[in-house]
Structure formats: structure tokens, C-alpha cells
Design a protein around this ligand. Structure first.
Ligand SMILES: [Zn+2]
Length: 257
């Protein structure tokens, strides 16, 4: 098996004590590649070092919308400067979170637009975090034509999914596939073309059903894979091969090998 975790925060402190064991176990399970999206500028260098040292880890660089109050005025400049010498796999995670009412929407829009422009200038795909803001994000993506990417933890409508697909995006699904009550996610995962789906864990968050209350781990991506296979009434191998191909179609992993 050859599986890609398209979204995993392996650089955070939750993995401090056993990161090597987790990675070793992932490799044994056939999880060959893990994309590690950034959250804030303070952690960029640690994230880059980790991805440099460990085979199969690919960094994305960006400013996460949920942490809008932690970002600094010169972070965009810092990102542009860093990109003069470093080529990440993508710009991420970036986007809009209009679900959390306490986060300033205008500030988020400004930061997101700036990062889309950076992605476009560097011809890089993007990794999107979007909650209650798909129409706003789609509108911006139509204006600023980036090289596609992933819409992580997708929870929009089928119509919105189709618009992302038309713009070169794949939709990310993870632990929620394993939840009995996630009827909307199940429907999306069943009805979307398999060519548009990628797997992710979002570890340490969004843990699978069987590990509820615990730290999520990229190792558990196999449970989401098997849940997706069951939902679509397909062989696990078929789903694994296609979702891996989908991730490869958007991300230029070979540039790092
Ligand atoms: Zn994330």
C-alpha cells in the first residue's frame, strides 16, 4: 500500500515524545508521504527542519486563519523572503474561518488574498482551511487563479465541491468519515467523483471514532481509508491507489526527491 496523508501537523508539541516511533509505524503501514502544513511564522523554521531531516515529510508554508490574532504585520513579508530560498510543497494552511465569530473577517480576507497572490506568483498549489466561507473562498479563487490544491476537511455542498474541482482542487476527507453520525460527510464522500478525493488526518486533531478522546495520529489514516472504501462499496486497494494518485496530481512531490 502507498498512502499519502495530505494534512498532518506532525511538527506540533503533541508529537514531541514519540514522533520517530509514529513515523516508523507509518512507514511500516505504507503511509509513504505526509504533508505538514504550517500554522504561524514562529514555527516555520522548525517545520522546515523536521521535513528536511525526515524522509517522506513535505512542508507547506503559510498563516492559518484561525490564528489571525497571533500573526504579525510583517509575516507576509517574511513569507515572501523565505520563498526566495525555500520551495515548499504548497502554501498552507490558509483560508477563511467564518464559523468562529470572534475572528475578524476583514483581517482574514486581507491575509488570505495576500497569500493567494504569493502562491500564484510562485506557481504553488494551496492547502485551504474553510469554515462557513466557501462562497467567499471560491469567489477569491476565481479572481486569483492559483495552481489548485486541497480543500482540507471539506464540509461544503456538492455544488461548492464541483466549483473547487473545476478550479483544480481536490477535497480532503479524514476522521469524520469514521463517525456514524457524519451523514453529510458520508454523502459527500459517496457522491463525489473518486478522482476528486484525497485522504488526510489533520492530526493531532479530528481523531477517528475508535480513538475518540485521544490524540489523532497519521497512523489512523487507514481507518478513514477503510471507512471510505465501505461507503463507496469499493476495494480498499482501489481507493488507496486512486486517492494517492489524486494527491500526486496536485502536488509535485518529485521536486523534493
Ligand atoms: Zn490543519
Amino acid at each position: 500500500m502507498n498512502i499519502i496523508d495530505t494534512h498532518c501537523h506532525l511538527d506540533v508539541a503533541d508529537f514531541e515524545l514519540d514522533r520517530n516511533d509514529v513515523l516508523e509505524h507509518c512507514r511500516a503501514l505504507g503511509i509513504t508521504k505526509i504533508i505538514v502544513p504550517a500554522i504561524e511564522s514562529a514555527t516555520w523554521s522548525g517545520l522546515l527542519t523536521l521535513c528536511d531531516e525526515e524522509k517522506g515529510l513535505y512542508p507547506a508554508l503559510g498563516l492559518h486563519p484561525v490564528f489571525i490574532n497571533q500573526h504579525h504585520d510583517d509575516d507576509i513579508q517574511k513569507l515572501e523572503h523565505l520563498l526566495e530560498t525555500v520551495t515548499p510543497i504548497a502554501i498552507g494552511e490558509i483560508g477563511l474561518d467564518f464559523y468562529l465569530k470572534e475572528l475578524d473577517q476583514q483581517q482574514q480576507l486581507k491575509l488570505f488574498e495576500a497569500q493567494l497572490n504569493i502562491a500564484k506568483a510562485h506557481n504553488l498549489p494551496v492547502i485551504l482551511h474553510v469554515r462557513k466561507a466557501h462562497d467567499q473562498v471560491l469567489q477569491l479563487l476565481k479572481k486569483i487563479k492559483v495552481k489548485g490544491g486541497f480543500c482540507h476537511a471539506f464540509n461544503g455542498s456538492l455544488q461548492q465541491a464541483q466549483q473547487y474541482i473545476a478550479l483544480g482542487f481536490k477535497l480532503g476527507f479524514g476522521g469524520t468519515l469514521t463517525y456514524k453520525n457524519s451523514t453529510k460527510i458520508h454523502r459527500l464522500a459517496k457522491e463525489l467523483p473518486l478522482e476528486s478525493i484525497v485522504l488526510e488526518t489533520d492530526a493531532p486533531d479530528m481523531v477517528v471514532e475508535s480513538h475518540r478522546g485521544e490524540r489523532n495520529s497519521p497512523e489512523y489514516i487507514l481507518e478513514s481509508l477503510s471507512a471510505l472504501a465501505t461507503l463507496r462499496n469499493e476495494e480498499v486497494d482501489v481507493i488507496a491507489a486512486q486517492t494517492t494518485k489524486n494527491a500526486n496530481d496536485v502536488m509535485n512531490f518529485s521536486a523534493y526527491e
